[in-house]
Design a protein. Sequence first.
Length: 409
Amino acid sequence: MTAPALGPSGVLGELYISFWIPTAVLTAALVIKLPTIIRLWRDPLLRAVGGLLLLACAVFVFCTPSTIAQVNRLTGVPNISAPWCYSLITACCGSCLLLTITWRNGLSDRSAATRRAMRWVICAYSGVIVALWVLFLLAGPHEERLRDLDTYYATTPFLREEILLYLVAHAVACLISARLIWNWVRTEGLDAWLRWGLKLLGAGYVSNLVFDATKLTAVAARWSGSNLDWLSTGLAPPVAALSAILIAVGFILPHAGQYLRDRWRVRLAHRELRPLYRLMRAVNGEGVPFVLRATPELRLTRRETFIRDVLLPLARHIDTGLGTRSYEAAVSLGHPPERARALAAAVCVLDAVGTRDRTPQPAEPVAGPDTISLLQEIGAVSRALCRADDIEAVRARAGAAAESVAVPE
């Protein structure tokens, strides 16, 4: 086999190895999505995403020159990989369109226009796949080409039409998908991670249009007797690899971003509860046992449960009058109402701990209706405990207010 002409940049031909990079990224995207797909298998949208990622992986595996040679050798038919790869690309394009239409309009959209659009996509791209194989069979025997088949056979009857058909079908699918996605990006109320994922998907489809343009330009040059094969053999493959990476990351980003955001919130909430947890551990004498394999969500739940379990009996020692005076003192010191309530609750909890140490069994419980709020707002109370100076200022002003209204005997 002769080496492909690479034109002004001979290095571009070496970028075929980059096909394994998008394959790895697409596989990672599929692996990340797979647990959700299996768990929610009845969701047709998730099944469509899984099918699309699987097809995209297959495209890059079978379009690699080494795989092309192996398929040709196993079947004994020169260039049999051409219609096979073109069919995979076309099926992937049709899946992209179906997924974009369904995703954009929502599964609940059963309008006649949506159903008609989906039927049109299925019929059109199924017809293209059939036509690709028919044209290949009509072309007759030909010499095996691993890298430059599109340009080498650009003027060969039937193969010429086959090459043009798959490129046009690919370009139309990418153009429509990019248009639908960019229109979707401009809508209001999208989650930030979803918006960035859609932007990457749109960029990936636009990059695919660049791929089609380079291929079509090289093929058209052959029709006119020129030689721009380097566009097809050298520039188009890395562009295709880049577009696949963008699309794979576009699928990964909303899922991974939401996962990381939720995990960060759990860890942040767990850490914010540390001051109140330490205080309750000092009251109780022991804390939550450490479990090595516990998930962050379980650790947060166990810490919250422990704090509430200790606060509940401690609430009998809470002085509601002190809570009212502390809230007024915090407001007078310039704190907003939400922070003032948290500071007042922190003052009451600290006072209750001291009262409990002096009087373990009070004659009468003094907890008021604010106990329920206290148990629900342990995060705010724990954050307030970190503000030692603010707590002391509130406590001092609340104490002064109590002395000013005291009636001497």
